[in-house]
Design a protein around this ligand. Structure first.
Ligand code: UGA
Length: 445
Protein backbone atom coordinates (compact mmCIF):
# COMPACT_ATOMS: atom_id res chain seq x y z
CA UNK A 1 0.00 0.00 0.00
CA UNK A 2 1.03 3.62 -0.43
CA UNK A 3 1.35 5.64 2.76
CA UNK A 4 2.69 9.08 3.59
CA UNK A 5 3.98 10.22 6.95
CA UNK A 6 4.19 13.83 8.04
CA UNK A 7 7.03 14.29 10.53
CA UNK A 8 10.37 12.49 10.55
CA UNK A 9 10.93 12.54 14.32
CA UNK A 10 11.09 9.37 16.37
CA UNK A 11 7.57 8.22 15.67
CA UNK A 12 7.36 9.21 12.00
CA UNK A 13 10.77 7.94 10.99
CA UNK A 14 10.54 4.64 12.84
CA UNK A 15 6.96 3.95 11.70
CA UNK A 16 7.68 4.91 8.08
CA UNK A 17 10.79 2.74 8.02
CA UNK A 18 9.02 -0.28 9.52
CA UNK A 19 6.12 0.08 7.07
CA UNK A 20 8.64 0.17 4.20
CA UNK A 21 10.46 -2.83 5.68
CA UNK A 22 7.32 -4.97 5.28
CA UNK A 23 6.95 -3.87 1.65
CA UNK A 24 4.73 -0.78 1.68
CA UNK A 25 5.58 2.21 -0.50
CA UNK A 26 6.35 5.06 1.89
CA UNK A 27 6.95 8.78 1.54
CA UNK A 28 8.07 10.77 4.59
CA UNK A 29 7.50 14.52 4.55
CA UNK A 30 9.15 17.08 6.79
CA UNK A 31 9.38 20.88 6.66
CA UNK A 32 13.01 20.71 7.80
CA UNK A 33 14.94 20.69 4.51
CA UNK A 34 18.29 20.01 6.20
CA UNK A 35 16.87 16.92 7.90
CA UNK A 36 15.36 15.63 4.65
CA UNK A 37 18.68 16.23 2.91
CA UNK A 38 20.48 14.18 5.53
CA UNK A 39 17.93 11.37 5.35
CA UNK A 40 18.30 11.26 1.58
CA UNK A 41 22.03 10.83 2.15
CA UNK A 42 21.55 7.99 4.61
CA UNK A 43 22.19 10.09 7.74
CA UNK A 44 19.55 9.68 10.41
CA UNK A 45 18.99 12.55 12.85
CA UNK A 46 18.53 10.41 15.97
CA UNK A 47 20.39 7.61 17.67
CA UNK A 48 18.16 4.56 17.62
CA UNK A 49 19.65 1.06 17.57
CA UNK A 50 18.96 -0.83 14.33
CA UNK A 51 17.29 2.08 12.56
CA UNK A 52 20.10 3.32 10.32
CA UNK A 53 20.62 0.13 8.26
CA UNK A 54 16.87 -0.28 7.85
CA UNK A 55 16.45 3.29 6.62
CA UNK A 56 19.33 2.79 4.22
CA UNK A 57 18.21 -0.53 2.72
CA UNK A 58 14.60 0.59 2.26
CA UNK A 59 15.70 3.92 0.84
CA UNK A 60 17.98 2.13 -1.63
CA UNK A 61 15.15 -0.23 -2.57
CA UNK A 62 13.01 2.83 -3.37
CA UNK A 63 10.30 1.94 -0.83
CA UNK A 64 11.20 4.76 1.54
CA UNK A 65 11.51 8.27 0.22
CA UNK A 66 12.02 11.60 1.96
CA UNK A 67 10.79 14.95 0.75
CA UNK A 68 9.80 18.44 1.82
CA UNK A 69 7.15 18.48 -0.90
CA UNK A 70 3.91 18.15 1.09
CA UNK A 71 1.72 18.26 -2.01
CA UNK A 72 3.58 15.34 -3.61
CA UNK A 73 3.37 13.44 -0.32
CA UNK A 74 -0.38 13.97 -0.14
CA UNK A 75 -0.79 12.84 -3.75
CA UNK A 76 1.15 9.66 -2.92
CA UNK A 77 -0.62 8.32 0.16
CA UNK A 78 -3.88 6.39 0.33
CA UNK A 79 -3.22 6.64 4.04
CA UNK A 80 -1.63 9.79 5.45
CA UNK A 81 -0.12 9.73 8.93
CA UNK A 82 0.29 12.79 11.11
CA UNK A 83 3.37 12.08 13.22
CA UNK A 84 4.59 15.55 14.09
CA UNK A 85 5.65 16.72 17.54
CA UNK A 86 3.24 17.88 20.24
CA UNK A 87 5.59 19.65 22.65
CA UNK A 88 4.16 21.05 25.88
CA UNK A 89 3.11 24.70 25.73
CA UNK A 90 3.61 27.09 28.64
CA UNK A 91 0.57 25.70 30.51
CA UNK A 92 1.49 22.02 30.23
CA UNK A 93 -1.05 21.43 27.45
CA UNK A 94 0.08 19.63 24.29
CA UNK A 95 0.84 22.26 21.66
CA UNK A 96 -1.17 21.22 18.61
CA UNK A 97 0.21 23.87 16.31
CA UNK A 98 2.12 21.38 14.11
CA UNK A 99 -0.74 18.88 13.98
CA UNK A 100 -3.18 21.60 12.91
CA UNK A 101 -0.72 22.91 10.32
CA UNK A 102 -0.42 19.45 8.74
CA UNK A 103 -4.22 19.02 8.80
CA UNK A 104 -4.54 22.36 6.99
CA UNK A 105 -2.02 21.27 4.36
CA UNK A 106 -3.84 17.98 3.86
CA UNK A 107 -7.18 19.78 3.52
CA UNK A 108 -5.66 22.14 0.99
CA UNK A 109 -4.29 19.38 -1.24
CA UNK A 110 -6.20 16.09 -1.07
CA UNK A 111 -7.75 15.17 -4.39
CA UNK A 112 -9.37 11.79 -3.62
CA UNK A 113 -10.87 9.98 -0.64
CA UNK A 114 -8.11 9.66 1.95
CA UNK A 115 -7.58 8.20 5.39
CA UNK A 116 -5.81 10.52 7.78
CA UNK A 117 -4.24 8.79 10.75
CA UNK A 118 -3.16 10.56 13.87
CA UNK A 119 -0.06 8.96 15.37
CA UNK A 120 1.15 11.93 17.38
CA UNK A 121 0.23 11.85 21.07
CA UNK A 122 -2.67 14.26 21.13
CA UNK A 123 -5.31 15.18 23.69
CA UNK A 124 -8.70 13.55 23.50
CA UNK A 125 -10.79 15.43 20.95
CA UNK A 126 -7.92 16.21 18.58
CA UNK A 127 -9.22 13.89 15.83
CA UNK A 128 -12.40 15.98 15.80
CA UNK A 129 -10.32 19.12 15.53
CA UNK A 130 -8.26 17.67 12.66
CA UNK A 131 -11.50 16.65 10.95
CA UNK A 132 -12.93 20.15 11.16
CA UNK A 133 -9.70 21.81 9.98
CA UNK A 134 -9.65 19.56 6.90
CA UNK A 135 -13.38 20.11 6.30
CA UNK A 136 -12.87 23.90 6.46
CA UNK A 137 -10.11 23.71 3.87
CA UNK A 138 -12.21 21.54 1.57
CA UNK A 139 -15.15 23.92 1.93
CA UNK A 140 -12.88 26.85 1.08
CA UNK A 141 -11.83 24.96 -2.05
CA UNK A 142 -15.47 24.19 -2.83
CA UNK A 143 -14.61 20.47 -2.86
CA UNK A 144 -16.53 17.59 -1.37
CA UNK A 145 -14.02 14.79 -0.91
CA UNK A 146 -14.65 11.96 1.56
CA UNK A 147 -12.01 11.52 4.26
CA UNK A 148 -11.69 9.72 7.59
CA UNK A 149 -9.66 10.74 10.61
CA UNK A 150 -8.39 7.82 12.67
CA UNK A 151 -6.56 7.73 15.98
CA UNK A 152 -3.75 5.17 15.92
CA UNK A 153 -1.44 5.97 18.84
CA UNK A 154 2.15 4.77 18.92
CA UNK A 155 3.61 2.84 21.83
CA UNK A 156 7.27 2.64 20.88
CA UNK A 157 10.04 3.17 23.41
CA UNK A 158 13.18 5.08 22.54
CA UNK A 159 16.13 2.72 22.37
CA UNK A 160 13.89 -0.21 21.45
CA UNK A 161 11.71 1.56 18.93
CA UNK A 162 12.38 -0.65 15.91
CA UNK A 163 11.55 -3.79 17.84
CA UNK A 164 8.40 -2.21 19.35
CA UNK A 165 7.27 -1.17 15.91
CA UNK A 166 8.05 -4.46 14.15
CA UNK A 167 6.58 -6.56 16.97
CA UNK A 168 3.86 -4.45 18.57
CA UNK A 169 1.99 -5.88 21.54
CA UNK A 170 -1.13 -4.07 20.36
CA UNK A 171 -2.25 -1.91 17.45
CA UNK A 172 -5.00 0.45 18.46
CA UNK A 173 -7.30 1.71 15.73
CA UNK A 174 -9.73 4.37 16.86
CA UNK A 175 -12.37 4.91 14.20
CA UNK A 176 -16.06 4.50 13.52
CA UNK A 177 -15.55 4.06 9.78
CA UNK A 178 -15.47 0.48 8.49
CA UNK A 179 -13.72 1.64 5.36
CA UNK A 180 -10.87 3.22 7.35
CA UNK A 181 -10.59 0.26 9.73
CA UNK A 182 -10.38 -2.19 6.81
CA UNK A 183 -7.65 -0.18 5.13
CA UNK A 184 -5.57 0.09 8.27
CA UNK A 185 -6.01 -3.60 8.98
CA UNK A 186 -4.53 -4.26 5.53
CA UNK A 187 -1.66 -1.87 6.16
CA UNK A 188 -0.86 -3.49 9.50
CA UNK A 189 -1.48 -7.10 8.41
CA UNK A 190 2.29 -7.91 8.23
CA UNK A 191 2.61 -6.91 11.91
CA UNK A 192 -0.44 -8.88 12.95
CA UNK A 193 0.66 -12.46 12.38
CA UNK A 194 0.23 -15.40 14.76
CA UNK A 195 -2.24 -13.74 17.06
CA UNK A 196 -4.64 -10.81 16.92
CA UNK A 197 -3.00 -7.60 18.02
CA UNK A 198 -5.46 -5.15 16.48
CA UNK A 199 -7.95 -3.56 18.79
CA UNK A 200 -10.64 -1.41 17.20
CA UNK A 201 -12.41 1.20 19.30
CA UNK A 202 -13.96 4.63 19.06
CA UNK A 203 -11.68 7.59 18.39
CA UNK A 204 -11.81 9.18 21.84
CA UNK A 205 -11.09 5.91 23.64
CA UNK A 206 -8.06 5.38 21.40
CA UNK A 207 -6.79 8.87 22.16
CA UNK A 208 -7.25 8.35 25.88
CA UNK A 209 -5.63 4.88 25.77
CA UNK A 210 -2.31 6.43 24.80
CA UNK A 211 -2.33 8.81 27.77
CA UNK A 212 -3.62 6.16 30.14
CA UNK A 213 -0.78 3.80 29.17
CA UNK A 214 1.94 6.37 29.78
CA UNK A 215 0.28 7.69 32.92
CA UNK A 216 0.00 4.17 34.34
CA UNK A 217 3.69 3.48 33.69
CA UNK A 218 4.68 6.83 35.19
CA UNK A 219 2.51 6.05 38.21
CA UNK A 220 4.31 2.74 38.76
CA UNK A 221 7.66 4.53 38.72
CA UNK A 222 6.60 7.31 41.08
CA UNK A 223 5.00 4.77 43.39
CA UNK A 224 8.24 2.83 43.52
CA UNK A 225 10.28 5.97 44.10
CA UNK A 226 7.98 6.81 46.99
CA UNK A 227 8.48 3.33 48.46
CA UNK A 228 12.24 3.78 47.97
CA UNK A 229 12.14 6.96 50.00
CA UNK A 230 10.18 5.24 52.74
CA UNK A 231 12.71 2.37 52.63
CA UNK A 232 15.47 4.89 53.24
CA UNK A 233 13.64 6.29 56.29
CA UNK A 234 12.91 2.94 57.87
CA UNK A 235 16.20 1.21 57.09
CA UNK A 236 14.89 -1.20 54.44
CA UNK A 237 16.30 -2.03 51.01
CA UNK A 238 13.90 -1.19 48.17
CA UNK A 239 15.65 -3.71 45.92
CA UNK A 240 14.45 -6.48 48.22
CA UNK A 241 10.99 -4.93 48.32
CA UNK A 242 10.95 -4.66 44.51
CA UNK A 243 11.67 -8.35 44.16
CA UNK A 244 9.15 -9.12 46.86
CA UNK A 245 6.31 -7.37 45.07
CA UNK A 246 7.31 -7.93 41.42
CA UNK A 247 6.81 -11.66 41.77
CA UNK A 248 3.08 -11.03 42.21
CA UNK A 249 1.81 -11.25 38.61
CA UNK A 250 -0.82 -8.63 39.36
CA UNK A 251 2.02 -6.18 39.98
CA UNK A 252 4.64 -7.56 37.58
CA UNK A 253 8.34 -6.91 37.13
CA UNK A 254 8.16 -4.04 34.68
CA UNK A 255 8.49 -0.35 35.52
CA UNK A 256 9.04 -0.84 39.22
CA UNK A 257 12.67 0.22 39.17
CA UNK A 258 13.29 3.14 41.50
CA UNK A 259 15.78 5.73 40.35
CA UNK A 260 16.53 9.38 39.85
CA UNK A 261 13.06 10.07 38.41
CA UNK A 262 11.58 9.50 34.98
CA UNK A 263 12.47 11.80 32.09
CA UNK A 264 12.16 11.83 28.33
CA UNK A 265 9.82 13.39 25.87
CA UNK A 266 6.75 11.37 26.85
CA UNK A 267 6.00 10.66 30.51
CA UNK A 268 6.53 14.17 31.91
CA UNK A 269 4.61 15.82 29.08
CA UNK A 270 1.82 13.24 28.87
CA UNK A 271 1.10 13.10 32.60
CA UNK A 272 0.84 16.89 32.63
CA UNK A 273 -1.28 17.01 29.48
CA UNK A 274 -3.71 14.38 30.79
CA UNK A 275 -4.10 16.30 34.00
CA UNK A 276 -4.78 19.48 31.98
CA UNK A 277 -7.33 17.71 29.78
CA UNK A 278 -9.21 16.54 32.87
CA UNK A 279 -8.96 19.97 34.48
CA UNK A 280 -10.66 21.47 31.44
CA UNK A 281 -13.65 19.23 32.04
CA UNK A 282 -13.56 20.21 35.70
CA UNK A 283 -12.03 17.03 37.06
CA UNK A 284 -8.97 17.24 39.28
CA UNK A 285 -6.56 14.34 38.75
CA UNK A 286 -5.19 14.11 42.27
CA UNK A 287 -3.30 10.88 41.64
CA UNK A 288 -1.63 12.09 38.44
CA UNK A 289 -0.69 15.39 40.04
CA UNK A 290 0.98 13.44 42.85
CA UNK A 291 2.78 11.24 40.30
CA UNK A 292 4.26 14.38 38.78
CA UNK A 293 5.12 15.96 42.13
CA UNK A 294 6.83 12.79 43.38
CA UNK A 295 8.84 12.62 40.16
CA UNK A 296 9.89 16.21 40.41
CA UNK A 297 11.05 15.69 43.99
CA UNK A 298 12.84 12.48 43.03
CA UNK A 299 14.99 14.37 40.56
CA UNK A 300 16.53 16.16 43.58
CA UNK A 301 17.24 12.95 45.40
CA UNK A 302 20.76 12.22 44.19
CA UNK A 303 21.80 15.72 45.16
CA UNK A 304 20.18 15.25 48.57
CA UNK A 305 22.23 12.07 49.08
CA UNK A 306 25.33 14.03 48.17
CA UNK A 307 24.43 16.71 50.69
CA UNK A 308 23.85 14.05 53.32
CA UNK A 309 27.29 12.55 52.70
CA UNK A 310 29.19 15.81 52.54
CA UNK A 311 27.23 17.54 55.30
CA UNK A 312 25.85 20.47 53.28
CA UNK A 313 26.21 22.49 50.14
CA UNK A 314 29.27 24.48 51.15
CA UNK A 315 31.30 21.26 51.30
CA UNK A 316 30.66 20.70 47.59
CA UNK A 317 32.38 23.92 46.59
CA UNK A 318 35.44 23.12 44.47
CA UNK A 319 34.72 19.36 44.34
CA UNK A 320 34.75 17.44 41.06
CA UNK A 321 32.10 14.82 40.36
CA UNK A 322 32.32 12.15 37.71
CA UNK A 323 28.86 11.65 36.22
CA UNK A 324 28.18 8.42 34.32
CA UNK A 325 25.16 8.67 32.05
CA UNK A 326 23.43 11.83 30.86
CA UNK A 327 20.63 10.71 28.52
CA UNK A 328 17.20 10.23 30.13
CA UNK A 329 17.67 6.48 29.73
CA UNK A 330 20.16 4.09 28.07
CA UNK A 331 20.32 3.51 24.30
CA UNK A 332 19.31 7.01 23.37
CA UNK A 333 21.00 10.39 23.03
CA UNK A 334 17.88 12.17 24.20
CA UNK A 335 18.38 14.72 26.97
CA UNK A 336 14.77 15.89 27.23
CA UNK A 337 13.81 16.15 30.91
CA UNK A 338 16.80 13.95 31.78
CA UNK A 339 17.43 13.62 35.51
CA UNK A 340 21.13 14.30 34.92
CA UNK A 341 20.27 17.89 34.04
CA UNK A 342 18.78 18.62 37.45
CA UNK A 343 21.77 17.05 39.22
CA UNK A 344 24.38 18.80 37.11
CA UNK A 345 22.72 22.18 37.54
CA UNK A 346 22.51 21.66 41.31
CA UNK A 347 26.19 20.73 41.42
CA UNK A 348 27.13 23.85 39.49
CA UNK A 349 25.07 26.02 41.79
CA UNK A 350 26.97 24.56 44.73
CA UNK A 351 30.28 25.44 43.03
CA UNK A 352 31.23 21.88 42.01
CA UNK A 353 32.65 20.74 38.68
CA UNK A 354 31.35 17.91 36.53
CA UNK A 355 33.28 15.42 34.40
CA UNK A 356 30.60 13.55 32.51
CA UNK A 357 30.49 10.59 30.19
CA UNK A 358 27.57 9.28 28.16
CA UNK A 359 28.04 6.85 25.26
CA UNK A 360 25.65 8.82 23.01
CA UNK A 361 24.45 12.07 24.56
CA UNK A 362 27.68 14.05 24.43
CA UNK A 363 26.65 16.21 21.49
CA UNK A 364 23.15 16.78 22.84
CA UNK A 365 24.63 17.86 26.19
CA UNK A 366 27.06 20.19 24.51
CA UNK A 367 24.14 21.61 22.56
CA UNK A 368 22.32 22.31 25.82
CA UNK A 369 25.09 23.84 27.87
CA UNK A 370 27.77 24.91 25.39
CA UNK A 371 31.39 25.17 26.47
CA UNK A 372 31.87 25.94 30.17
CA UNK A 373 34.68 25.48 32.62
CA UNK A 374 32.71 23.45 35.10
CA UNK A 375 31.68 20.81 32.55
CA UNK A 376 34.06 18.41 30.86
CA UNK A 377 32.41 15.98 28.44
CA UNK A 378 34.70 12.95 28.44
CA UNK A 379 35.35 10.26 25.83
CA UNK A 380 35.12 7.32 28.18
CA UNK A 381 33.86 6.28 31.59
CA UNK A 382 37.44 6.06 32.84
CA UNK A 383 38.34 9.50 31.54
CA UNK A 384 35.45 10.95 33.56
CA UNK A 385 36.97 9.52 36.72
CA UNK A 386 40.29 11.33 36.36
CA UNK A 387 40.68 13.88 39.16
CA UNK A 388 37.14 13.17 40.38
CA UNK A 389 36.33 13.18 44.07
CA UNK A 390 33.25 10.98 43.75
CA UNK A 391 31.19 9.12 41.14
CA UNK A 392 27.50 9.62 40.47
CA UNK A 393 25.73 7.13 38.16
CA UNK A 394 22.62 8.64 36.62
CA UNK A 395 21.80 6.50 33.56
CA UNK A 396 22.07 2.71 33.57
CA UNK A 397 24.02 2.09 30.36
CA UNK A 398 25.15 -1.55 30.31
CA UNK A 399 28.83 -0.63 30.23
CA UNK A 400 28.52 0.92 33.71
CA UNK A 401 27.29 -2.32 35.28
CA UNK A 402 30.50 -3.89 36.49
CA UNK A 403 33.29 -1.41 37.09
CA UNK A 404 36.51 -2.38 38.83
CA UNK A 405 35.67 -1.15 42.33
CA UNK A 406 39.20 -1.48 43.67
CA UNK A 407 40.39 0.75 40.86
CA UNK A 408 37.59 3.20 41.64
CA UNK A 409 38.81 3.20 45.24
CA UNK A 410 42.25 4.35 44.15
CA UNK A 411 40.96 6.95 41.69
CA UNK A 412 38.11 8.65 43.54
CA UNK A 413 39.62 11.01 46.09
CA UNK A 414 36.65 10.87 48.45
CA UNK A 415 36.02 7.16 47.86
CA UNK A 416 32.25 7.37 47.39
CA UNK A 417 29.72 6.23 44.78
CA UNK A 418 26.20 7.58 44.39
CA UNK A 419 24.27 5.00 42.41
CA UNK A 420 21.14 6.64 40.99
CA UNK A 421 19.87 3.40 39.36
CA UNK A 422 20.82 0.76 41.96
CA UNK A 423 23.23 -0.93 39.58
CA UNK A 424 25.57 -2.19 42.27
CA UNK A 425 25.46 -4.39 45.33
CA UNK A 426 26.27 -2.22 48.35
CA UNK A 427 28.28 -5.05 49.97
CA UNK A 428 30.54 -5.40 46.93
CA UNK A 429 31.19 -1.67 46.71
CA UNK A 430 31.79 -1.36 50.43
CA UNK A 431 34.10 -4.40 50.43
CA UNK A 432 36.34 -2.45 48.04
CA UNK A 433 36.58 0.29 50.66
CA UNK A 434 34.17 2.72 49.01
CA UNK A 435 31.16 4.39 50.57
CA UNK A 436 27.92 3.57 48.74
CA UNK A 437 24.63 5.40 48.37
CA UNK A 438 21.81 3.94 46.28
CA UNK A 439 18.14 4.83 45.90
CA UNK A 440 15.98 3.48 48.70
CA UNK A 441 18.75 1.42 50.23
CA UNK A 442 18.16 2.36 53.84
CA UNK A 443 20.53 -0.20 55.21
CA UNK A 444 23.48 1.51 53.55
CA UNK A 445 22.78 4.94 55.05
C1 UGA B 1 7.54 5.73 26.92
C2 UGA B 1 6.68 4.45 26.98
O1 UGA B 1 7.40 3.42 27.68
C3 UGA B 1 6.33 3.96 25.57
O2 UGA B 1 5.47 2.84 25.65
C4 UGA B 1 5.61 5.11 24.83
O3 UGA B 1 5.26 4.75 23.53
C5 UGA B 1 6.54 6.31 24.78
O4 UGA B 1 6.84 6.72 26.14
C6 UGA B 1 5.83 7.43 24.05
O5 UGA B 1 4.80 7.91 24.53
O6 UGA B 1 6.24 7.74 22.94
P1 UGA B 1 10.14 6.27 26.56
O7 UGA B 1 9.81 7.64 27.02
O8 UGA B 1 10.93 6.12 25.30
O9 UGA B 1 8.79 5.41 26.32
O10 UGA B 1 10.99 5.56 27.69
P2 UGA B 1 10.72 4.52 28.87
O11 UGA B 1 11.54 3.32 28.63
O12 UGA B 1 9.30 4.32 29.14
O13 UGA B 1 11.38 5.31 30.10
C7 UGA B 1 10.87 6.54 30.57
C8 UGA B 1 11.58 6.98 31.82
O14 UGA B 1 11.19 6.17 32.93
C9 UGA B 1 13.11 6.90 31.78
O15 UGA B 1 13.64 8.08 32.33
C10 UGA B 1 13.44 5.70 32.63
O16 UGA B 1 14.71 5.80 33.25
C11 UGA B 1 12.33 5.76 33.66
N1 UGA B 1 12.04 4.46 34.30
C12 UGA B 1 11.52 3.44 33.57
C13 UGA B 1 12.26 4.30 35.67
O17 UGA B 1 12.73 5.22 36.37
N2 UGA B 1 11.95 3.10 36.24
C14 UGA B 1 11.43 2.06 35.53
O18 UGA B 1 11.16 1.00 36.15
C15 UGA B 1 11.21 2.24 34.16
Amino acid sequence: MRATLFGTGYVGLVTGTCLAEVGHDIVCVDVDAAKIDKLNNGIIPIYEPGLQPMVQSNHEAGRLRFTTDAEAGIAHGEVIFIAVGTPPDGDGDADLRYVVEVARTIGAHIKRPTIIVNKSTVPVGTADRVRSVIAEQLAARGEDIAFDVVSNPEFLKEGDAVNDCMRPDRIIIGSDSTRAVDRLKRLYAPFNRNHERILVMDVRSAELTKYAANAMLATKISFMNEIANVAECVGADVEMVRQGIGSDPRIGWHFIYPGAGYGGSCFPKDVRALSRTAFKCEYRTELLDAVEAVNDRQKNHLFELLLRHYGGESALQGKTFAVWGLAFKPNTDDMREASSRRLIEQLWRAGAKVRAYDPEAREATHGLYGAREDLVLCDSANAALAEADALVVVTEWKQFRSPDFSRLRTVLTDGVIFDGRNLYHPEEVEAAGLAYYGIGRGRSL
